[in-house]
Design a protein. Structure first.
Ligand code: FAD
Ligand code: PYC
Length: 405
């Protein structure tokens, strides 16, 4: 019986929605919760709410494979992902919640001369910017990850790898729960099972409030952090975005004793793998080829990924898969996020993280809190404006995404 398993204190409050708030964050994923937390903790805002249509962390935050790294190409990205990397270091202490951040190293494999050129370019750019990244021979890669197959006879032999030693993983749910508990303690209302169905505007066109499945709420400031549903939510305010939404899937094996000391990724063969603290091998694929809002991916994508995994790590061939799932990722044309103002006064946007936003959660929340609280961009998020798709100042990180899409 689970009868004894009752009476635990709630980690965060579950209040009724108030008639109005000073600001509302739409989307209770890690980014939305982190935003609300920093708005309260660093900008003194207390009368704010996070509005979530399902349960917090039930979107991409709870579906991702938790890889953390900051080895992007351009300075703007290194500032953004580097900011997150800095915040990860003591996040458990700051939130007083163990987010299980584990800097076990992220290795990205090269299988052809193009990979070598691209990754070496990243290594050099990162090192010039003070971000750790290094180049390994196949033998060095195997020394770092002993189960890696570096035979020259396989279809796509490993001919080198880049390694970011500070990269690693964290526990995705704990990140959502830790931010939620800390935000709630500061007075932030977390409203679950509360779907936003409309964004209302006043006569001047500025934000006036939202309609939700739990009633009408007035506010003059809204931050939209809805990941794969961003286009849908922003259409409620009449804003069209340069986004495409694709399913991205992952799967885990049955749990085994520790065999995988690090994270290994290969964009070329569409597969990556790490091992969770429970022992499951956490395996991910590329996106489906077609846009969709279905939170599952095509079976052929998973099959193709497992073919690649079995060739790269032959000793996992006889493991059984435990479960698979998908999430909807919102992809921009330059594979960098959009964080900033929108054409609607009072409406701010944080989206476009595509296949790679988990790693950025603390940094994204921190700079977006500044944006929503002050109305002006933090210097780190200024280059990531929506306007860049008009001016042409793109931040092309397609090669750094490391997941085929
Ligand atoms: P979410 O967690 O999706 O939060 C958005 C929330 O908005 C959702 O909870 C949703 O329910 C809510 N919402 C939507 N519409 C409404 C509405 N109308 N009203 C109210 N609420 C609404 N990134 C990495 O860095 N490393 C990885 O290893 C990695 N692996 C991934 C693997 C998979 C399979 C997937 C799918 C993604 C992966 N990502 C990874 C990407 C990462 O998960 C996302 O970029 C990140 O989690 C986005 O966080 P978020 O808080 O913005 O989104
Ligand atoms: O961005 O590192 C990443 C990532 C890994 C898996 C999915 N995204």
């Amino acid at each position: 019986s689970f009868a004894h398993n009752t009476g635990w204190p709630e980690q965060w409050r579950s209040p009724e929605p108030k008639p109005s708030y000073d600001a509302i964050i739409i989307g209770g994923g890690g980014h939305g919760l982190a935003t609300a937390y920093y708005m309260a903790a660093e900008h003194g805002m207390r009368n704010i709410a996070v509005v979530e249509k399902g349960w917090i962390g039930g979107g991409n935050t709870g579906r991702n494979t938790t890889i953390i790294r900051s080895n992007y190409l351009w300075e703007e990205s290194e500032a953004l992902y580097g900011h997150a990397m800095t915040l990860w270091q003591d996040l458990s202490q700051v939130l007083n919640y163990n987010v299980m951040y584990s800097p076990r190293g992220v290795m990205m494999l090269a299988h052809n001369i193009h990979d070598v050129q691209v990754f070496k370019r990243h290594v050099h750019a990162n090192r010039l910017a003070g971000t750790d990244n290094e180049w390994l021979t196949p033998e060095q890669a195997k020394a770092f990850c002993p189960i890696l197959n570096i035979s020259k006879d396989i279809r796509y032999p490993v001919i080198g790898a880049s390694l970011q030693r500070r990269g690693g993983t964290a526990r995705h749910d704990a990140v959502a729960w830790g931010y939620a508990r800390a935000a709630s303690a500061l007075g932030v209302d977390i409203l679950q099972n509360c779907e936003v169905t409309a964004i209302t505007r006043d006569a001047s066109g500025a934000v006036a409030g939202i309609e939700t499945t739990r009633g009408t709420i007035a506010t003059k400031r809204i931050g939209v952090v809805a990941a794969g549903n961003t286009s849908h939510v922003m259409s409620m305010a009449g804003v069209r975005l340069p986004l495409e939404s694709y399913p991205l899937q992952a799967l885990v094996s049955e749990p085994v004793k520790p065999v995988m000391p690090c994270v290994v990724m290969s964009n070329t063969i569409h597969a990556y793998m790490s091992q969770s603290d429970k022992g499951e091998l956490v395996i991910g694929a590329g996106t489906d080829a077609y846009i969709s809002y279905s939170q599952t991916g095509g079976l052929h994508i998973a099959t193709h990924t497992l073919d690649a995994i079995c060739e790269m790590f032959p000793n996992v061939r006889r493991l059984r898969m435990l479960r698979n799932w998908g999430g909807i990722v919102d992809v921009t044309p330059d594979r960098s996020p959009i964080i900033g103002k929108t054409p609607v006064p009072g409406l701010f946007l944080n989206c476009g993280w595509g296949t790679g936003g988990f790693k950025a959660t603390p940094g994204s929340g921190h700079v977006f809190a500044h944006q929503v609280a002050t109305g002006e961009p933090h210097p780190i998020n200024a280059p990531f404006s929506l306007d860049r798709f008009r001016t042409g100042r793109l931040i092309d990180e397609a090669a750094a995404a490391a997941v085929a899409h």
